[in-house]
Design a protein around this ligand. Structure first.
Ligand code: HEM
Length: 458
């Protein structure tokens, strides 16, 4: 006999409308997951929304024989900007497979080896900027890391420098914020309000991002090169299965997907700075490793695989920042079978077509899996301890065939930036009492977090 899925009390007719703040949905869901545990549901205007926030149920929902990515709500909205590109393609759209097979080889660990020096050198530019700030050394890490991320994504994948680490911010950054915030909020507002009050922001952000993509394509046409990067594959490669390539519109769709996807990395890295400030013993251990492995010489690709503690710091930051805050799953339709879907061996049941949102703030900090789930302990993310963790708590990059295609890029970039920041920079909290508070749309980041930076004192 299954038990009811817990639900906050709510209001007559309106349901749980007050339990989720539409301007900070993920923070509301984090709070609900802390209160209700592994699974909960809310009802808004007669619609049921189910959330899973426990590791075991998350692992069950990642079984691709029973479940698949649910493309609905904000993901359908973002199709206005990027159509049927990787992130927003419906399960049965052939465009997904064609683009995936063209793009994946360029984002594999072996291909990314060629990008290491570029990643390191651009990161060095930011480190030099921070070191040179002198007395005026208060920074908003997220802003600078967003710039670094856009710069590095554009340079490594599309072969163009934007020179955007200093000076006015590149317009794509605001356009990404505007388009993703709108994609999340549009489904919660009446259509007439979207059209009347938010249509301008929605359209102009799309125009800016499509111009960013189109300029990169034009730049490549005007400047032929031997680079065999992602842009080259998007423009020239053929899918080995169907023999099809991408049209220019599709190329622009896929280009735009990449900085939107990679904008999760600065959220993670900003949270890492906070965790490091709260755990000085972790900084000491990390520096010991960096000084032993890299020493006084240049940071080289070969060092990466030896930085096991830094890898632990990165994974533990992924766990506790839940920078990508969740993803959506639905049961694979079973022809003619509308019987409910059983979860947890029958403990709960959901309708045959009920979408479920995985709330990683709950899943990643499940007390059934982690002792002291809120503590920052890189050791549990290393070696055998990491291998022994259940698969459900390692879903920071999503699941299965729709797992993050930029995962290896994100890991390499985050390792490079973390290593450089820890090795070269002393951080000081502007507000030592700052407690993590996040907001965001397709990703979540610390709000109003500031730090002072100066060259590391040896
Ligand atoms: C720390 C950094 C990152 C995290 C935590 C992250 C997380 C995720 C997650 C959870 C998904 C699955 C979304 C879903 O199921 O709806 C996803 C998909 C995706 N990510 Fe990332 N991501 C990161 C960085 C990147 C980077 C660097 C890129 C590009 C270079 C990227 C591009 C994409 C794309 C294109 C998809 C859609 C894949 C598909 O459906 O085939 N992401 N990411």
């Amino acid at each position: 006999m299954s038990q009811p899925i817990p639900q906050p009390p709510g209001l007559p007719l309106l349901g749980n409308i007050k339990d989720v703040d539409p301007s900070n949905t993920w923070w509301s869901l984090k709070k609900l997951s802390e209160k209700y545990g592994e699974i909960f549901q809310i009802k808004v205007l007669g619609k049921t929304l189910v959330f899973v926030a426990g590791a075991a149920l998350a692992e069950e929902l990642c079984d691709e024989k029973r479940f698949r990515k649910f493309v609905g709500g904000p993901i359908v909205e973002i199709r206005y900007l990027v159509h049927d590109a990787l992130f927003s393609a419906f399960d049965d759209e052939p465009s997904w497979g064609i683009a995936h097979r063209i793009i994946a080889p360029k984002l594999s660990t072996s291909a990314l080896k060629d990008n290491f020096n570029e990643m390191r050198d651009i990161t060095n530019e930011l480190m030099e900027k921070w070191k040179g700030l002198g007395v005026d050394n208060k920074i908003a890490p997220l802003g600078d890391l967003n710039r670094l991320n856009l710069e590095t994504t554009t340079a490594t994948l599309f072969g163009k420098r934007l020179n955007g680490l200093t000076g006015p911010e590149h317009p794509a950054l605001k356009a990404m914020e505007d388009s993703t915030s709108e994609a999340i909020q549009r489904p919660t507002r009446p259509g007439i309000l979207n059209w009347l009050f938010y249509g301008g922001k929605w359209k102009s952000s799309a125009k800016t991002l499509r111009a960013y993509g189109a300029e990169l394509v034009q730049y490549r046409k005007d400047n032929p090169t031997e680079r065999r990067d992602l842009l080259d594959a998007l423009l020239t490669a053929k899918d080995p299965e169907t023999g099809k390539g991408l049209t220019e519109t599709e190329v622009i769709d896929e280009i735009i997907n990449m900085p939107i996807g990679s904008s999760t990395a600065p959220c993670l890295l900003t949270a890492s700075i906070l965790f490091l400030l709260q755990n000085p013993e972790v900084v000491a251990k990390a520096r010991q490793e960096l000084d032993t492995v890299i020493g006084n010489g240049e940071f080289e690709y070969e060092h990466l695989s030896q930085l096991k503690y830094i890898e632990g710091v990165m994974r533990e930051s992924l766990r506790l920042s839940f920078a990508a805050p969740g993803f959506n799953i639905e049961p694979i339709p079973r022809k003619g079978d509308k019987s409910p879907i059983l979860l947890g061996g029958g403990k709960y049941q959901i309708a045959h077509n009920q979408a479920v949102i995985l709330v990683l703030a709950g899943v990643n900090r499940d007390p059934e899996v982690f002792e002291e789930p809120l503590a920052f302990k890189p050791e549990r993310m290393m070696g055998e301890s990491f291998d022994k963790l259940p698969a459900g708590v390692k879903k920071w990059f999503g699941n299965g065939k729709r797992e993050c295609i930029g995962k290896h890029w994100a890991v390499q970039f985050s390792m490079v930036v973390l290593a450089k920041m820890i090795k070269d920079i002393d951080f000081e909290a502007v507000n030592p009492d700052y407690k993590l508070e996040q907001d965001g749309w397709f990703n979540v980041r610390p709000i109003k977090f500031e730090a002072k930076v100066k060259p590391r004192e040896i």
